[in-house]
Design a binder for this molecule. Structure first.
Ligand SMILES: Cc1cc2nc3c(=O)[nH]c(=O)nc-3n(C[C@H](O)[C@H](O)[C@H](O)COP(=O)(O)OP(=O)(O)OC[C@H]3O[C@@H](n4cnc5c(N)ncnc54)[C@H](O)[C@@H]3O)c2cc1C
Length: 385
């Protein structure tokens, strides 16, 4: 890993690690217990420039590459996956959608505050009845005079209860299928926007997840992102880029499990020796390291293809699939290495395992990744990038 990183990458990774070890890791367990998202941390991350790493400098970003952004989300997930998830939804989905497809005027209006951590973003695609098949969404946007009227509801939205800026997809022209979906920016405080019941989760409990309800929400036509009917195409592109980030997020959780397990195996003695001396434990550690390494290389490949402007959809799906299944597998092994102590919250690895499950579900389930990969292989053949 070391040799793949430039000086700038290392600087970002190390500064982030210093910050996260001091300001995030010590509080992660309590935030999860309280189910409280640490909003102040987001502002600090913004002030330190970590939210805008890969955005243009004119919006307050650093203009760095995709790998730099991956290092940020990975480093955060290593210390607290809840903070990392909220950050990823804010940066790569909400601000990412605006950064890729909104007008200069819209970008000037929203991005500087979002990248500074002063305004929090949410990205609203999933609905109670549509997840993997996002095109089956039912939220409607009806043009009336110079305004759009938005009606419907969105489900499982990260930062959904606390965001300031919502990027929302809705059906504008139902007869045009996927080509009838448009994307809009809706600000918190807009009349008719509200939240549903509290959602209790398996893991990632300090990350806010909400239902967002749109009841005759009126936004000016100028709040549409890009041309009418482009919303679904934009969504696929945002998800494609987001998958590289989710792979980094998964890798961070896997590494947290790995590092904790190795430290524990060195300390814990049974039969008069540290358990790290038993071959059964050594093999688990070796397998964890091998999968983590492989996930890293897959992420590196996808990030490089993206930055080179080459097609990277298949490689992003492969990286996301492998990294997310590695996160789940490695954290389960980490619990196993801890024995009974792995099953209690004091040793954190049970939290890592609960957090890891989301990696196989969010931003396209593992089944969806396999579909994307197989479709691409069967269409284009296997051409190693
Ligand atoms: C904590 C959390 C945060 C989230 N944050 C956001 C967010 O910020 N914004 C947002 O828009 N969404 C968000 N989501 C939603 C997430 O992206 C969806 O849950 C995910 O896409 C899966 O959709 P679904 O839950 O409707 O499952 P479904 O699509 O109903 O899938 C159920 C099962 O069926 C399988 N399946 C479905 N179709 C097929 C098929 N054709 N072939 C084989 N298997 C299939 C799936 O793989 C899965 O195993 C979040 C979810 C969670 C849990």
């Amino acid at each position: 890993m070391q040799s793949e990183l430039t000086e700038e990458h290392r600087r970002i990774r190390d500064t982030l690690a210093t910050f996260a070890e001091r300001e995030i890791r010590p509080f992660a367990a309590q935030w999860e217990k309280d189910e409280a998202f640490p909003r102040a941390v987001m502002e600090k991350l913004g002030a330190l420039g970590f939210l805008g790493v890969s955005f243009p400098e004119r919006f307050g970003g650093a203009g760095a590459d995709t790998l730099s952004q991956v290092l940020v989300v990975e480093g955060l997930a290593r210390c607290d996956a809840s903070v990392a998830l909220s950050c990823a939804a804010h940066v790569s989905l909400s601000a990412g959608h605006i950064g890729a497809f909104a007008s200069e005027q819209q970008q000037q209006r929203y991005l500087p505050a979002m990248l500074a951590g002063k305004k929090l973003g949410a990205w609203c695609l999933t609905e109670p009845g549509s997840g993997s098949d996002a095109s089956a969404m039912r939220t409607r946007a009806t043009l009336s005079g110079g305004d759009y009227l938005i009606n419907g509801s969105k489900m499982f939205i990260t930062n959904g209860n606390i965001a300031d800026v919502y990027v929302v997809t809705a059906v504008e022209n139902p007869e045009q299928g996927k080509g009838g979906i448009s994307a809009f920016i809706v600000e918190r405080g807009t009349k008719g926007l509200s939240n549903g019941r509290k959602i209790e989760k398996l893991g990632l409990r300090a990350s806010d997840t909400g239902e967002v309800i749109f009841d005759n929400v009126t936004v000016p036509a100028a709040n549409r992102i890009g041309p009418s009917g482009e919303g679904y195409r934009q969504t696929l592109k945002v998800l494609e880029a987001g998958r590289v980030g989710v792979a980094g997020f998964s890798l961070g959780i896997a590494r947290a499990g790995f590092e904790t397990a190795v430290a524990y195996a060195r300390e814990r003695k049974q039969f008069g020796r540290p358990i790290a001396e038993f071959q059964a434990i050594q093999w688990m550690i070796a397998d964890m390291a091998t999968r983590i390494d492989a996930a890293w290389l897959l992420i590196l490949r996808a990030a490089r293809l993206k930055d080179a402007g080459k097609p990277y959809g298949r490689e992003a799906a492969i990286a996301k699939l492998f990294a997310s299944e590695t996160a789940m597998w490695a954290t389960e092994r980490a619990v196993q290495i801890h024995g009974g102590y792995g099953y209690i919250s004091e040793f954190h690895v049970e939290r890592y395992m609960r957090d890891a499950k989301l990696c196989e579900i969010g931003e396209g389930t593992s089944e969806m990744q396999r579909m994307i990969i197989a479709k691409s292989l069967l269409r284009d053949g296997y051409l190693p990038a």
